[in-house]
Design a protein around this ligand. Structure first.
Ligand SMILES: *Cc1c(COP(=O)(O)O)cnc(C)c1O
Length: 430
């Protein structure tokens, strides 16, 4: 890649922000407001993170201007010297990081990424065996409200109420009964690692394709602290790039060679037009960083922080679904722990500048907008530099706030303490 940039002239970057401030103050102020909100509060939504300053730069770069329909070397528009270079780099890094034979880095986000796989590998009406939503599965795994839930026949497996694991015999029985074309695993609110070999064993018996959606834990797999489905013979793995991987918003489909063409055609022209090249530049940067030893440390710290937070909350009497965590997230049953539903818990923690999301628990008796729990995760606070001591403090604050949710004086005191701590740990990129 060659460049003829005049290195002394970078004033345009400052000028862009000045132009925005003058031409659209409402949006400019909202960006400053959001920056301030992120600075002052503790972000515990497990699917969120702080991306790298370099990724913010890529997102705001002139790659935003470029159409690049097709794939490197085979595009439908001219002027692809630099787009080809960044996409090739992103693909090469993805393959190395996840030890896989093929990578497609064009999906615009997690949902289109999964849609592309289903449409590329299966036929409408085919059966997919997937994890129950309330046990940790994702909307895109065939929730009745999703389009995919209308096009494919999703059959659900659950976790065992005692071991909290997926029971191989139950999975096998469902597989033999329903003869799925695909066995899908993956989750967004399940706090344990998966035994991937169990899925490949069962899928083989019924001739099904195996797919793992590791959207939440892509960074933890890349960092080597959770199992990699490809080490257990999986065919296809999907992941978002903006969660534990810390990249821009986007998705990647990783697969074994035989699925390469089906997957590429399903993404483009099957589902999408022009890829977002500014995001792909950021994905390449993200994957480059994930290949470095520091990222392994980040992944390990994220897990260590989660287990400390879970242990501290439990010690203070919180009831955690599965009793703890093996990854970056945990689900707290707030009804059992504090006598309040997840909606009230979320609002209470908002008042003390701790951001979480309400969460349904397995076979939740309460409705989704007022479910029985909340979900907490450590990718964002770990990116900010929080360690064990901060997790202990955080558990104490959350416990005090949730137990004293009607005491405005307590809440105001905690909010001041939270914000004071946050100002000592700058948000990356700000
Ligand atoms: C977040 C997530 C997705 C969807 O990603 P979006 O970018 O929000 O569309 C898909 N699957 C799982 C398991 C997820 O956690």
């Amino acid at each position: 890649m060659s460049s003829t940039t005049n290195n002394s002239d970078r004033d345009h970057i400052i000028r862009q922000w000045r132009d925005l401030e003058q031409s659209d103050p409402a949006i400019f102020e909202a960006i400053l407001g959001e920056e301030d909100r992120q600075r002052r509060g503790i972000e515990l939504i497990p699917s969120e993170n702080y991306t790298y300053p370099e990724v913010l730069a890529c997102n705001g770069s002139v790659f935003t201007n470029k159409y690049a329909e097709g794939y490197p070397g085979r595009r439908y528009y001219g002027g692809q010297e630099f787009t080809d270079a960044i996409e090739r780099l992103a693909v090469k890094r993805a393959k190395k990081l996840f030890r896989c034979e093929h990578a497609n880095v064009q999906p615009l986000s997690g949902s289109p990424m999964n849609q592309a796989v289903y449409m590329g590998v299966l036929n409408p009406g085919d059966t997919i065996l997937a994890m129950d939503l309330s046990h940790g599965g994702h909307l895109t795994h065939g929730a009745p409200v999703s389009h995919m839930g209308k096009i494919f026949n999703f059959v659900r497996y659950k976790t065992d109420p005692v071991t909290h694991r997926i029971n191989e015999e139950e999975l096998r029985a469902l597989a033999h009964e329903h003869k799925p074309q695909m066995v899908l695993c993956g989750h967004s609110s399940y706090p344990l690692d998966l035994d991937y070999s169990m899925f490949t064993r069962v899928a083989k018996e019924v001739g099904a394709v195996t797919m793992a959606d590791v959207s939440h834990i892509g960074g933890l797999i890349a960092g080597g602290v959770l199992s990699n489905p490809f080490d257990h013979g999986f065919d296809i793995v999907t992941t978002t790039t903006h969660k534990s991987l810390k990249g821009p918003r986007g998705g990647m489909i990783l697969c074994r060679k035989p699925f390469r063409l089906q997957i590429n055609k399903a993404v483009f022209p099957g589902l999408q037009g022009g890829p977002h090249m500014n995001a792909i530049a950021g994905i390449a940067v993200t994957l480059g960083k994930a290949l470095k030893p520091e990222f392994k440390q980040y992944a390990q710290d994220t897990i260590n922080n989660a287990s400390t937070l879970a242990a501290e909350l439990s010690q203070r009497g919180a009831h955690l679904v599965t009793g703890g965590t093996e990854n970056h997230l945990m689900v707290v049953n707030t009804v059992d722990s504090y006598g309040i539903d997840g909606h009230v818990a979320e609002e209470t923690l908002d008042k003390v500048s701790i951001t979480v999301n309400k969460q349904i628990i397995p076979d939740d008796p309460l409705p989704p907008m007022r479910p029985s729990g909340i979900r907490l995760g450590t990718p964002a606070p770990t990116s900010r530099g929080f360690g064990q001591a901060e997790m202990v403090q955080l558990a104490a604050w959350m416990d005090d706030a949730l137990k004293g949710h009607e005491n405005e004086t307590t809440l105001a005191r905690i909010r001041d303490e939270v914000e004071e701590l946050c100002l000592r740990y700058p948000v990356p990129g700000l």
